[in-house]
Ligand binder design. Structure first.
Ligand code: HEC
Length: 115
């Protein structure tokens, strides 16, 4: 009888541990931008240019590095643009949605094409 009680306690403990560790995973994942949704054919002209035009070129319009007015300017600084956007350092004084950040990250990781 004593042994059965012990076993029960251990089972309850295992169930609790499993439950709480699952909850923690969900919490961690919800704070992270999903990385699975990257479509490598994402278009600079259709998707990226307007995000940059609306959020960056008022400050990066030629007077400050990097010059983000053209595809050439953006792709020349693609890695640093990606870093600053993903860690939300840029846009200074503004913000992008998770979807916009994900699109920029996806486009740069797919080669920052002029497509
Ligand atoms: C309100 C003005 C402003 C806006 C809007 C802005 N930036 Fe910046 N950006 C700056 C300033 C100022 C610096 C220099 C910051 C520093 O050195 O601390 C900078 C620096 C950078 C750098 C780093 C350059 C380096 O030498 O390290 C990158 C990359 C960058 N911005 C990208 C962007 C992108 C991409 C956007 C739009 C999503 C954006 N910025 C929007 C003002 C702005």
């Amino acid at each position: 009888m004593k042994n059965i009680l012990k076993l029960k306690n251990i089972l309850v403990l295992i169930v609790l541990i499993t439950f709480f560790s699952c909850e923690n995973n969900v919490e961690e994942e919800s704070g992270v931008i999903a990385e699975e949704s990257c479509d490598p054919t994402i278009s600079f002209t259709a998707s990226i240019k307007s995000i940059i035009d609306n959020n960056c070129i008022q400050c990066h319009g030629g007077n400050r590095f990097p010059d983000l007015r053209t595809h050439q300017g953006i792709s020349n600084s693609a890695e640093i643009v990606k870093t600053q956007v993903v860690n939300r350092t840029m846009p200074q004084g503004g913000s992008l949605t998770n979807d916009q950040i994900e699109m920029i990250r996806c486009w740069i990781e797919s080669g920052a094409l002029n497509n």
